[in-house]
Design a protein. Structure first.
Length: 219
């Protein structure tokens, strides 16, 4: 189907036989339909920019107040929406479990990606070294302008000087490092910037409330 080919994916995770994942664009609003996923299987992550990760055993409509979901069940499709924050996909082909993480600057400082790795270890016995990770579209380190109050929360290697008293923050790099430090070596960054990509919604480019969707499910 032509439309399905236009779902963005992390190329390195595409060939995983047990994992289904994708990111919608403005062109395809409905990523579930494009991936052939039944909308009734969706469990929506009601993000709050924290580091709480919850295990999902059956479709639950919406889970409020969490920034990470983990599952090892087929028939559970984890879903979240984004407009500059990063979706992170985690997949353990050994234990056959997956996570979807919502990481903005607050969640990154709170350690949400690390928390998802720990949740996969605690719930399913995943070894971090066996987890494969993909960091999806998000605002890049050349575009994500922040003030000192945000920049100062990050290690200096993720921050460069911007205009005047502003700084530029590389959230993808910070999350890659966080995953590496949690023992996940196999991390792939898609490298598609929401602000610079016309077919992806960006809060910074046009704060009109539009968002793209990310889905992670077992198959
Ligand atoms: Zn950019």
């Amino acid at each position: 189907m032509a439309v399905a080919a236009r779902v963005l994916t992390i190329p390195e995770l595409d060939s995983e036989p047990g994992l289904l994942h994708g990111f919608s664009t403005l062109v395809i609003g409905n990523v579930a339909r494009a991936l052939g996923i039944d909308a009734e299987t969706l469990t929506v992550l009601g993000a709050v920019h924290g580091a709480t990760v919850v295990r999902v055993d059956e479709p639950r409509d919406v889970i409020q107040g969490v920034d990470g979901l983990v599952t090892d069940r087929r028939g559970v499709s984890m879903f979240a929406t984004f407009a500059d924050c990063f979706p992170i996909v985690l997949w353990d082909p050994e234990k056959r479990c997956a996570a979807l993480v919502h990481a903005g600057w607050r969640g990154t400082v709170a350690g949400v990606a690390r928390a998802a790795v720990r949740a996969m270890a605690a719930e399913y016995g995943s070894k971090p070294s066996q987890i494969r990770a993909g960091i999806g579209p998000g605002i890049c380190g050349r575009c994500y302008e922040v003030g000192d109050e945000v920049a100062s929360r990050f290690e200096s290697r993720f921050v460069t000087n911007g205009q005047g008293d502003r700084f530029l923050l590389d959230l993808a790099a910070a999350n890659r490092a966080q995953l590496n430090e949690a023992g996940v070596e196999d991390v792939h960054v898609l490298g598609l910037c929401t602000k610079e990509t016309s077919f992806l919604p960006s809060h910074r480019r046009s704060p009109d409330g539009s968002r793209f969707g990310a889905i992670v499910a077992l198959r």
